[in-house]
Design a protein around this ligand. Structure first.
Ligand code: SIN
Ligand code: MN
Length: 300
C-alpha cells in the first residue's frame, strides 16, 4: 500500500494518518480471537494494570503467536512506513494494549521516541508507530488523543514517571501540554450552531480493523476506560534499520534486539496460514531478560 502525495503532506503537517476500517472484520477476527489466551498467560510479557489482573499491555506476541507474527509482516502496514522513512524496517516494539472495560488505566501524555531515546539509545526519531484497533474505538472507551503538529517540536522535556501507572514512561508536564495544545488550536469544541470545531487535540475513532500511523515524536495520551466496552489495540513500533537501538537496558520483549529487515507477506496473510517463524513459541529465552546499562559494542 503506497501513500498519496496528499497523505504524505498531511502526515508532515499533522504527524498522523488515519485509515478507518483498513482491515476487514474477517481479518481482524483472526487477531481478536487469539487475544484472550495470550492475556491468560502468567508471563512477564503480560503487564497487568495496577491492583487488578487486567492486562494493560502484552509484549512481543509476534514472537510466539502466528496471527500476530503475520500481522507484523503485513504490507498494508509496513509499506507506507517504508515509504515515509525511505528505508527497510525492523520491529522495535510490539504491544497488544488491553484498555479493558472499567479497568483500563490512563496513558499519560508522552512521546514514544522520548522513551526509546532515553532508555534504548535509539539515535534519531526515524521510527514510526502503527495502531490497529481490535475493538471499535469510540469516545467512551479511552481513545488515543493526539496534539496535531507536536511532532515538529522534536524531543520535548520529559520526566520518568514510575508511579502513576503500572508501566514506567517518560511523560510531558501539564504546562508544556497546555502550550502545545494552545499552539495547535486550543479548546475547539462547538460553534454557536453546535457544529464541531477542531482544536488542539484530536482523537481518531472508528471500527475494529482501523489503522493509525503516527510519528514517533507526536505527543499523545489516553484516558481511563470507564465504559463497559474493551478497547484492545495492537501497537507496532517500526524503526529504520540504520537507526537501531544502541543499548539493552530493557528486556528484549520490550525493546527488540533483532535488527533484521522485515520482509512483507502477501496482502491476504491474515486469512491464509502462511508459515512464519515463532522463535519464542516454547518460552522466552533467559537471554531476553539480561539487561545492560552500558551501550553495546557495534560490530566493526
Ligand atoms: C501508548 O501510547 O503506547 C499506548 C496508548 C494507549 O494504548 O492508549
Ligand atoms: Mn505511546
Amino acid at each position: 500500500m503506497k501513500l498519496t502525495p496528499e497523505q504524505k503532506e498531511q502526515f508532515e503537517r499533522d504527524g498522523h494518518l488515519f485509515f478507518p476500517g483498513l482491515f476487514t472484520p474477517d481479518e481482524t477476527r483472526t487477531l481478536t480471537n487469539a487475544v484472550p489466551e495470550l492475556y491468560s498467560r502468567q508471563e512477564d510479557y503480560n503487564v497487568r494494570e495496577k491492583g487488578t489482573n487486567s492486562v494493560r499491555t502484552n509484549f512481543a506476541a509476534h514472537m510466539y503467536s502466528a496471527p500476530f507474527a503475520r500481522l507484523g509482516r503485513h504490507p498494508r502496514m509496513i509499506e507506507p512506513v517504508e515509504d515515509l522513512l525511505g528505508e527497510k524496517l525492523y520491529m522495535h516494539q510490539f504491544k497488544i494494549n488491553g484498555k479493558m472495560a472499567f479497568e483500563g488505566d490512563v496513558w499519560q501524555w508522552h512521546q514514544d521516541y522520548g522513551t526509546w531515546k532515553n532508555d534504548d539509545l535509539m539515535p534519531t526519531e526515524r521510527a514510526m508507530n502503527i495502531a490497529i484497533f481490535l475493538d471499535e474505538v469510540n469516545e467512551f472507551n479511552g481513545p488515543l488523543m493526539f496534539i496535531p503538529g507536536s511532532h515538529k517540536k522534536g524531543v520535548v522535556d520529559a520526566k520518568h514517571d514510575l508511579t502513576t501507572t503500572s508501566y514506567p514512561l517518560w511523560t510531558v508536564d501539564n504546562a508544556l501540554i497546555t502550550q502545545l495544545v494552545n499552539r495547535a488550536g486550543g479548546r475547539g469544541g462547538f460553534d454557536v450552531a453546535g457544529r464541531p470545531v477542531q482544536g488542539g487535540i484530536v482523537s481518531p475513532k472508528g471500527p475494529a480493523g482501523s489503522m493509525i500511523l503516527f510519528h514517533s515524536c507526536l505527543v499523545h495520551a489516553s484516558t481511563s476506560n470507564l465504559s463497559p466496552f474493551n478497547r484492545v489495540a495492537v501497537y507496532l513500533s517500526l524503526c529504520a534499520v540504520s537507526n537501531h537501538i544502541r543499548r539493552h537496558k530493557r528486556p528484549e520483549y520490550i525493546a527488540h534486539r533483532d535488527f533484521t529487515p522485515i520482509d512483507c507477506l502477501p496482502d491476504d496473510c491474515l486469512l491464509k496460514e502462511y508459515p512464519v517463524d515463532l522463535p519464542w513459541k516454547d518460552g522466552v529465552p533467559k537471554s531476553a531478560f539480561v539487561t545492560t546499562p552500558e551501550p553495546f559494542k557495534m560490530a566493526a
